[in-house]
Design a protein around this ligand. Structure first.
Ligand code: HEC
Ligand code: HEC
Ligand code: HEC
Ligand code: HEC
Ligand code: HEC
Ligand code: HEC
Ligand code: HEC
Length: 363
């Protein structure tokens, strides 16, 4: 039994195989107690869990390809941060043969509204850096690998099952377009664009610099949540437009999410000239009139008293209507009970008996 138990553990262990720690960083960093109390009094952990790290997307990248500033061991206290446009020394891009880097994405990001340097202070640091949106995700060990007949075919030439499984998963999750759910995207953008203090800071700063910001900048998330798309998405519907369906291009989605532009930029998918195309992705018959419908529909103070009053009056009317409807049926039910008409589901509650008060309906 014990032997069987050990045997059963073997595949599990190899799934969590530890990566090659050629640079011996884990000599120190594998200890859970490697923590420090910062000047602000927070506990900071320098613990890297080898068996977790070995299953992340960056597991094949040696530590110092990212932490380039560490030049000797034991190393000095670290002041710099990891930039995401550094070139890997150890990993080549098989397509070009050149050292791999995220340069293409980085350049797109740098030109976007969110572009900033790694180490910035003050108001610039409100903008998201790569690590604000991306952690170092763990591959799901339960993710389906290739079916047997595919493995059989690839192994015929490549002679190594591990290689085949790794490349199959690498490609198939891109072909299947594994990505964030609409709710996750809204949550991500809302983490900043729904932060009133952050929004205020940027409004003030823009005014000081005489810089323009989008009309809907102060209420982007609030108004989205009030829109039809927002309500559907918040109820878990997957096909209504989320922030990136409109603010990024669908043709080149994975690059475009990194080059978000303000609506006043003619290249933005929500620029006046491009809006129809953007709506047409889903509303196939949309025309210029349809595209005029506001995806951020909350009235702004500058939208005029008329719109504000119209919304207010509709609100009052709908409340009165509902109270009236419910009230009327309650009074009706009360009256019928006084007449001795019992509520019966089977054959309805019409005036089938004689009214106790002599109020029989005359037809
Ligand atoms: C001899 C032990 C030792 C080895 C080996 C070691 N480190 Fe460290 N590392 C430390 C200690 C101690 C700290 C905490 C320093 C401090 O108090 O700021 C640290 C902190 C760090 C930090 C965080 C610093 C910060 O303040 O953000 C990084 C990043 C880091 N090490 C990376 C590495 C990398 C990459 C390697 C391998 C090339 C490595 N370390 C090897 C001992 C070690
Ligand atoms: C793909 C790039 C990448 C690789 C590979 C990588 N790291 Fe990091 N590491 C980062 C980033 C990004 C941070 C966050 C700090 C920052 O932004 O500078 C970080 C933070 C750290 C920290 C500090 C945590 C803190 O609170 O400051 C330690 C310690 C660390 N890494 C150790 C390692 C070790 C050891 C390895 C190798 C096993 C490794 N890293 C591999 C990108 C990487
Ligand atoms: C505002 C948030 C945000 C920022 C900042 C950001 N990304 Fe992304 N990134 C995304 C989203 C959203 C996707 C689409 C995939 C998904 O939904 O996870 C994505 C996709 C990617 C992909 C494609 C992954 C794949 O499997 O095809 C890479 C690589 C990537 N980002 C790298 C970066 C790098 C490097 C930076 C910094 C220059 C960066 N990202 C900055 C949100 C962001
Ligand atoms: C008929 C033999 C054959 C079959 C079957 C085959 N390959 Fe290949 N594969 C090759 C050859 C030869 C190369 C290298 C030459 C080239 O780049 O064209 C290669 C290259 C690759 C590479 C690029 C590796 C690199 O680092 O450059 C990957 C990834 C790959 N194959 C994956 C697969 C997968 C996954 C399957 C099964 C779905 C598969 N191959 C089936 C012969 C084959
Ligand atoms: C880490 C915080 C953060 C996250 C996350 C974030 N943003 Fe931003 N966003 C900002 C900041 C800061 C600005 C710049 C305001 C300025 O120019 O002063 C900005 C600007 C913008 C602008 C341009 C505003 C204008 O009028 O110039 C748009 C559009 C935008 N973001 C959309 C998005 C979308 C869509 C997402 C989700 C994918 C997102 N943002 C996620 C912080 C964030
Ligand atoms: C159906 C398409 C659509 C969706 C979904 C959408 N937006 Fe917008 N967004 C627009 C349009 C169009 C504008 C320009 C509105 C105007 O100025 O009249 C805009 C404007 C903005 C602005 C003001 C800056 C600018 O570029 O004018 C921000 C910030 C913003 N949106 C963020 C978001 C966030 C965050 C989400 C998700 C919570 C989101 N949007 C969802 C279409 C959309
Ligand atoms: C990612 C797909 C997608 C995009 C892009 C999109 N919508 Fe929608 N929209 C939906 C879905 C799904 C519904 C739900 C009801 C339906 O099927 O008509 C909806 C409903 C609506 C509604 C309420 C129902 C109706 O038809 O009156 C309006 C208004 C609307 N969208 C306007 C727009 C506008 C304007 C744009 C472009 C700026 C746009 N949408 C872009 C998916 C999308």
């Amino acid at each position: 039994m014990f032997a069987l138990f050990i045997l059963a553990l073997i595949p599990l262990r190899s799934a969590y195989a530890v990566f090659d720690d050629d640079e011996a960083c884990l000599l120190c960093h594998k200890y859970p107690r490697m923590t420090r109390v910062t000047e602000e009094g927070a506990i900071r952990s320098y613990y890297v869990m080898p068996e977790v790290y070995a299953n992340t997307v960056h597991r094949n990248v040696p530590c110092r390809d990212c932490h380039t500033y560490i030049k000797e061991l034991p190393h000095k206290p670290v002041k710099e941060g990891v930039r995401c446009d550094t070139e890997c020394h150890s990993i080549k891009n098989p397509a070009t043969g050149k050292p791999f880097s995220h340069e293409v994405i980085y350049n797109a990001y740098r030109d976007s509204v969110h572009g900033r340097d790694k180490n910035v202070e003050g108001i610039e640091s409100d903008k998201p850096y790569c690590v604000t949106c991306h952690t170092n995700p763990i591959y799901d060990p339960n993710e389906a690998g290739p079916p047997e007949h595919v493995i059989g075919r690839c192994v015929l030439c490549h002679e190594n099952e591990k290689f085949v499984v790794q490349w199959y998963k690498h490609t198939s999750r891109r072909i299947r377009e594994v990505k964030r759910s609409p709710a996750e995207i809204v949550q991500l953008c809302a983490s900043c664009h729904d932060d009133k203090k952050l929004v205020k800071r940027h409004m003030d700063q823009a005014e000081k610099e005489g810089r323009e910001l989008g009309r809907k900048f102060p209420i982007a998330v609030k108004s989205y949540n009030e829109s039809f798309h927002g309500k559907l998405t918040n109820y878990g519907y997957q096909d209504a437009a989320n922030c990136l369906d409109c603010h990024a291009e669908s043709d080149n989605y994975y690059k475009s999410v990194h080059e978000i532009r303000p609506s006043r930029d003619p290249l933005s998918p929500v620029h006046l000239n491009n809006k129809v195309e953007t709506c047409r992705q889903c509303h196939r018959l949309a025309d210029t009139n349809y595209a005029q419908l506001d995806p951020h529909p909350t009235a702004l103070p500058g939208d005029g008293e008329f719109r504000h009053m119209a919304e207010f009056i509709y609100h009052i009317i709908s409340v009165i209507t509902i109270i009236g409807l419910v009230g009327l049926s309650m009074i009706e039910t009360y009256g019928r009970r006084r007449d001795g008409v019992a509520f019966r589901l089977k054959q309805g509650t019409s005036w089938r008996r004689k009214s106790k008060r002599g109020r029989d309906r005359v037809i």
